[in-house]
Design a protein around this ligand. Sequence first.
Ligand code: GAL
Length: 341
Amino acid sequence: MKKLLALSLVLVVLLFAAGCAGAEEEKSEITIGVVVYDEFDTFVGQLMDVFMDSVSDAMAKNGIKINVIRQASAGSQITQNDQVEELIKKGCDVVCVNLVDRTDPSMIIEAARDADVPVVFFNRELVIQDLDSWDKLYYVGADAYDSGNIEGQIVADAFNSDESLDKNGDGQMQVVVLEGEAGHQDAIIRSEYSVSTIMNSGITVDKLESAIANWKRAEGQTKMARMLDKYGDEIEVVLSNNDDMALGAIDEYDSRGITMDDRPVIVGIDGTDVGLEAVQNGTMLGTVYNDKEKQGQAMVDLAVALALGQDPDMPDLVDGKYIRFPYARVERDNVSQFLER
Ligand code: GAL
């Protein structure tokens, strides 16, 4: 009986010690790896600025040290796979990945699963089958359908309230579309839904052409130049999948010295600093705000919780995996609100 009592006492002491050790293990320092598909993307660059600010706030709030190791993949998935492996080897507690090829995350998922390091994918949405392939994979982004619908709505409302925008008076809207990367979820959905929203508002759309300009301002200008040579002042609307390409189109109109009265309506998406300025000065009719503040903050909240081994029960988390924030309509009358953010 005595022996049994002594044994249980030892067991209790051991359990208590294990409990204390567990509590002691609570981390005071974590490391987050972040990798972006291309260091020159304007929106992703500004999202990363928000991310870094949110990291500083999180250190103060949680009383821990947070190291961030940043990489950019220069548009190569192979490079990115190696970078993620390296980040894991360096001891990152969690990695945030802006995929180059959103259809090819398999190597990253495999490396992360082998090392039991959670992954927060962001901005470039992987397919559900990949996201579902392990329970420590998450996605933070925005609702792409929303962006296309709002962009279409801005243009439809302008046309329905101002007949002079139908420059040739044929009762139809002659449109060209500047598209982001082929296969990118935002490019596909925005191109389709911006046009269908305009049509659903009762306007007949005559889509002259769409051109891929890979989110880039310079490519937007080149593609706009080609379409302008072809269609000239037939073009009544330039629907751009993002602000940078819309600004490229504006650059082309500027370089040809075409005055505002003779230009089409130009709209973008993102609400980058330069995009908002263009809305403010009237060269862009409107944009659709891609909420980098909420996305950057959510990425950090999620990454910190995962790195600390906590359950990430955040209010915006859908199906335990997705966080998608809504977009907002920006025009000249409310642009100052967004410039202040
Ligand atoms: C989109 C954004 C684009 C570009 C792209 C990169 O959400 O609107 O400007 O940044 O992401 O994946």
